[in-house]
Write a new protein. Sequence first.
Length: 88
Amino acid sequence: MTVTVTSCDTSGARRHVDLAEPEAWVRAVFAEFDDDQRIYLLGSIGPDTGRSERGLVAYRAYFDEDATPIGVPTQLVRTPHYWIGTLR
């Protein structure tokens, strides 16, 4: 599951945002899931493009086929993932 948070000014142009605000939003979105879920910060990387995008912050959580939270799959280790901790 991927969650992206963007920040825009009044004109609609994306603006820089400190990580504390998007992380609070992401923790609220993922709060309905298991408390032991691992959430990873991808940073300002567009999850579909792999390119840096101003004003966008992407987070991911991974699940196995039984919807159990898992760590980063081996094939994705080359993409920087920064664990932000569990929801507890």
